[in-house]
Design a protein around this ligand. Structure first.
Ligand code: SF4
Length: 280
C-alpha cells in the first residue's frame, strides 16, 4: 500500500488552480493560432488575435486569463493501492481555498444556491468527482469552469428512434441557441449513453480530452469531425462576430445505455478551456 500525505495533495491542487487560470493548455493555444491562420473575416481574425494576446499577457504576467476564474471542478482517479494519510476531500478543498486566495482568483461560489446566495469567499466547496482505478497512483485533474459557458450546456433524454440524426440536431441546436453567450470560440464535449446523471459527467470528460485525440471507434470519430464542421458552418464566429471559428474542438464519449433510451449531453466551454493534470 502506497501512502500519500493529504498535505501534498493540497499543495498540488493549489498550484494547479493557479496555473490553470494563468496559462491555456498547449493544445487549445495551438488551435487558437490555427484559427487565426484560417479565419478570413478581418473582424473575426482580429478577435482571435486579441484572445491570443490576452492569453499571452496572462501567462507572462501571471494574471488570470479571464475575470471569471470559475468553479473548481476536480476529477480524481484514485489507485486502489493508495492510502491517503488524512482526509482527501478536505485536502482538495484546502488546495482550492489556498489557490484562489493566494493566486488572487475571483471567488465565485455561493453556499446556498437559491435563498441566501452568500459568497463562501474562498471558492470552496470544489466539485469533486472520484473514480477508483487499479494501481498505486493518484491522478488529479483541475478544471476551473466559468459559468458563461456552463449555463449554455444542455442535456436531453432522446429516444432510441431519434438515432444519429437526433444527436446531430440536438448538438447543433444547443450550440446555435448558445450563440455568443459562451464566449466563442468554444470547446465542446458530447456525452452519449449511460443515464440521466452520468451522461452530463461524460460530456464534461469529453470536453477535457486533448484536442489531438479522437474517439477510437471510427464511426464516432467521423461524427466528431462532421459535427465540428457543421458547427463552424453556423457562422457564429469568435465572440459571436461571425466567421468560421465557432468551435475549436469537439469530442464524443460514450457509455452503454438502456434499450429504451438515448441520453445525450452537450458540455460547452469557452476558449478559456482551463485544465491541469498531474499524477502523484
Ligand atoms: S465564458 Fe469563459 S471567457 Fe466568457 S466570461 Fe466565462 S470564463 Fe470568461
Amino acid at each position: 500500500m502506497r501512502v500519500i500525505e493529504a498535505s501534498l495533495i493540497s499543495e498540488k491542487v493549489k498550484e494547479m488552480c493557479i496555473e490553470a487560470n494563468y496559462a491555456l493548455p498547449k493544445d487549445i493555444y495551438a488551435l487558437l493560432k490555427k484559427g487565426i491562420s484560417q479565419e478570413e473575416m478581418p473582424l473575426s481574425k482580429g478577435t482571435l488575435e486579441v484572445i491570443k494576446r490576452n492569453a499571452d499577457i496572462a501567462k507572462s504576467k501571471k494574471r488570470p486569463i479571464c475575470q471569471d476564474t470559475g468553479m473548481a471542478c476536480i476529477f480524481i482517479e484514485l489507485g486502489q493501492d493508495v492510502h491517503i494519510e488524512g482526509n482527501l476531500t478536505d485536502a482538495i478543498n484546502e488546495g482550492v481555498r489556498q489557490g484562489y486566495v493566494e493566486g488572487y482568483l475571483r471567488k465565485s461560489v455561493v453556499a446556498d444556491p437559491l435563498f441566501e446566495r452568500k459568497n463562501t469567499n474562498d471558492n470552496t466547496p470544489a466539485l469533486i468527482h472520484y473514480e477508483i482505478v487499479p494501481g498505486d497512483k493518484l491522478k488529479i485533474i483541475v478544471a476551473p469552469k466559468g459559468f458563461g459557458s456552463e449555463n449554455m450546456c444542455q442535456l436531453k433524454m432522446l429516444k432510441p428512434s431519434d438515432g444519429v440524426e437526433g444527436v446531430k440536431q440536438f448538438v447543433l441546436d444547443t450550440v446555435e441557441q448558445a450563440g455568443p453567450n459562451p464566449c466563442p470560440p468554444i470547446v465542446i464535449g458530447v456525452g452519449i449513453g449511460g443515464n440521466f446523471e452520468n451522461v452530463a459527467l461524460l460530456s464534461k470528460k469529453a470536453m477535457l480530452k486533448d484536442a489531438n485525440e479522437h474517439h477510437e471507434d471510427p464511426r464516432y470519430s467521423a461524427l466528431e469531425k462532421e459535427l465540428l464542421e457543421s458547427i463552424n458552418a453556423l457562422g457564429i464566429g469568435p465572440a459571436g462576430y461571425g466567421g468560421a471559428t465557432t468551435a475549436l474542438s469537439l469530442h464524443i464519449e460514450t457509455l452503454p445505455t438502456h434499450i429504451a433510451g438515448l441520453p445525450c449531453a452537450v458540455s460547452i466551454c469557452c476558449h478559456v478551456a482551463r485544465h491541469k493534470e498531474m499524477v502523484l
